[in-house]
Write a protein that binds this ligand. Structure first.
Ligand code: SF4
Ligand code: SF4
Length: 127
């Protein structure tokens, strides 16, 4: 147990420190670097290997071929557990974790987010 003198010193120091709690939701929250939020898909980088689908532990991501070298993605945010395994797996950096975390909706169907493929001519020679 701490001595009373030491405790009083700590209490007095704490009174003048900035609070560690934040004013969210009244002030925008800033997520730390490497925060695993909503997944973003870059269709122009995708090669359709479907490794992300294979490794996703909750079957939340679907990649579809919609043309020659054209792929679209559908991510079910209701199933996603934001583990970012798909981001780590993707050999083309076509998936990314964003800091976005305010994803609540009233209609469950709105949790299925579709990323359309770009027009064919924009998809040539992409990294
Ligand atoms: S792992 Fe990457 S490149 Fe392969 S299908 Fe998924 S998003 Fe596309
Ligand atoms: S973050 Fe995890 S759960 Fe969500 S789509 Fe990627 S691999 Fe699947």
């Amino acid at each position: 147990m701490k001595r009373p003198g030491k405790m009083i010193k700590e209490v007095l120091e704490t009174i003048f420190k900035k609070p560690v709690t934040t004013m969210y939701p009244f002030r925008k929250a800033h997520m730390p670097d490497k925060f695993r939020g909503k997944i973003k898909f870059y269709p122009e980088r995708c090669i359709g290997c479907k490794l992300c689908m294979r490794d996703c532990p909750s079957n939340a991501i679907t990649i579809r071929k919609v043309g020659e070298h054209q792929f679209e993605a559908e991510i079910d945010l209701g199933k996603c557990i934001y583990c970012a395994q798909c981001v780590d797996t993707c050999p083309k950096k076509a998936l990314e974790s964003t800091p976005e975390f305010e994803l609540a909706v009233l209609d469950r169907s709105k949790l299925k987010v579709k990323f359309n493929a770009p027009p064919e001519e924009d998809n040539q020679g992409s990294p």
